[in-house]
Design a protein around this ligand. Structure first.
Ligand code: GLY
Ligand code: MN
Ligand code: MN
Length: 430
């Protein structure tokens, strides 16, 4: 791992919070992600499943976490199963977690090697009535692959058909939606690395530069700061590509007069940051570009203030829609008739701002969080309004990551990342 070891208090607390919500005589199991193949013997870089990471800090393939709060033997309340390692295996396969390192990472004292799983699991299941399965219920999930977790669920249902089944996901959605101070520090670290990357590229963007050259500068800065890379596929979109919401080719040459939309975030210790900035390729915005830019910035600032405890995600989005509508009227992009005649199901502003304003952000860039429960302190959200103008050849999106406070406005974790149009121009022309 490139990141510094995380205080295991985080994982111990997360497990305690999870176990507090489990039914009597129940077991919960969490599996690592598979290693996904390219072809021949090549694998994609490993990405740990965020749930086992959240509950244990174990960032290694073929790992299993088991929790059984009512286990007859206290040592079986929290158990890890890991790939066996020893001095010989380490020579061939590199450093894997020893039992001691697994304890230091996770705070879990009982660590078995993976080949012992079937025996121990059967023993513990004979003491349990319910098994918690970790299905993926994220509101945006569209996964077709059968995961290691899915295979575990299938096999366990066959082997233990008389047990009751329960769902881990709603518990995790609610716990992971609210961040521990250690998590907020890790997200802040990811944001700080993103800041370094952004300041670096401000010095090299000019007409003629290629989008992939900008991508290369970001990744260089991220890797130099103990990040393993981008938190999500970066969008480095110049000119008309500003208006392609999921543009990821990053293969065009930036032209004089273009805007460059950068939706780029570093990860750190599996925590994301999610930033968007829009900058002028030539170092100066035109008057029209600046007017649109400042309108988007005002919407972002006003929207942020609405992220307070008790607010609801859906009504928050409706309120932001009204703020955006008022800016679009001011810019002459909408007129009063457009608004009066609008279909409430598809308000007029959506012509220019067609995506959501905010999502939970954390271990997943589009993170867990119960969207029908009120917003609470220590939730981390993005705020990312945009105005897209294909007819004018450009679009603007601005995105920061903020932490909801128990009182007052959210804290902006990206407050140090330049965003004022004048500041961007000054930095680009230094
Ligand atoms: N970068 C992904 C998003 O902004 O939601
Ligand atoms: Mn983004
Ligand atoms: Mn986002």
């Amino acid at each position: 791992m490139k990141y510094n070891r995380i205080d295991s208090t985080l994982f111990t607390t997360n497990r305690q919070n999870f176990m507090a919500q489990m039914a009597p005589k129940s077991i919960a199991v969490f599996n690592s992600n598979d290693q996904y193949p390219v072809s021949a013997d090549t694998l994609l870089p490993f990405e740990q499943h965020r749930d086992i990471f959240y509950l244990s800090g174990v960032d290694q393939e073929e790992s299993i976490l088991l929790m059984f709060p009512d286990a007859a033997e206290p040592e079986h309340r929290e158990v890890l199963f890991l790939r066996e390692t020893n001095a010989h295996i380490a020579v061939w396969e590199g450093a894997k977690l020893t039992k001691e390192a697994a304890l230091a990472t996770s705070g879990i004292k009982t660590v078995y090697w993976l080949y012992e799983f079937d025996r121990v699991f059967f023993q513990l299941m004979t003491q349990a009535d319910t098994i918690y399965f970790n299905t993926n219920e994220h509101y945006r999930q569209a996964v077709e692959t059968q995961t290691r977790e899915d295979r575990f669920i299938e096999a366990t249902k066959k082997k233990f058909p008389a047990h009751r089944w329960a769902k881990s996901n709603p518990i995790l959605q609610s716990l992971r939606g609210v961040k521990h101070p250690i998590e907020i520090d890790l997200i802040s670290k990811a944001c700080a690395i993103t800041n370094k990357g952004f300041r670096r590229i401000l010095k090299m963007v000019k007409p003629g530069v290629w989008e992939y050259e900008i991508e290369a500068e970001f990744i260089h800065e991220f890797l130099c700061n103990r990040s393993k890379g981008f938190a999500y596929t970066p969008i480095i979109a110049s000119g008309q590509n500003n208006n392609v919401l999921h543009y990821i080719e990053n293969n065009k040459q930036c032209q004089e007069g273009d805007l460059l939309l950068l939706d780029v975030g570093a990860e750190y210790a599996n925590y994301s940051s999610d930033m968007t900035r829009t900058i002028p390729v030539s170092g100066r915005f035109t008057k029209r570009q600046k007017d649109i830019y400042n309108a988007v910035l005002r919407v972002k600032e006003e929207a942020t203030k609405l992220l307070v405890p008790g607010a609801f995600w859906k009504s928050y989005h409706e309120e932001v829609g009204k703020i955006m509508t008022s800016e679009l009227l001011g810019l002459g992009l909408l007129d009063k008739a457009d608004v009066q005649n609008q279909n409430p199901e598809k308000p007029a502003y959506k012509k220019y701002f067609m995506h959501g304003t905010s999502h939970h952000m954390g271990l997943d860039t589009h993170d867990y969080g119960l969207l029908f429960e009120p917003i609470t302190a220590n939730m981390v959200f993005t705020v990312e309004p945009g105005i897209y103008l294909p007819d004018e050849g450009f679009g603007v999106r601005l995105e920061d990551d903020v932490v909801v406070q128990s009182q007052g406005d959210p804290i902006n974790l990206m407050a140090d990342i330049p965003i004022l149009a004048d500041e961007i121009e000054t930095l680009m022309n230094e």
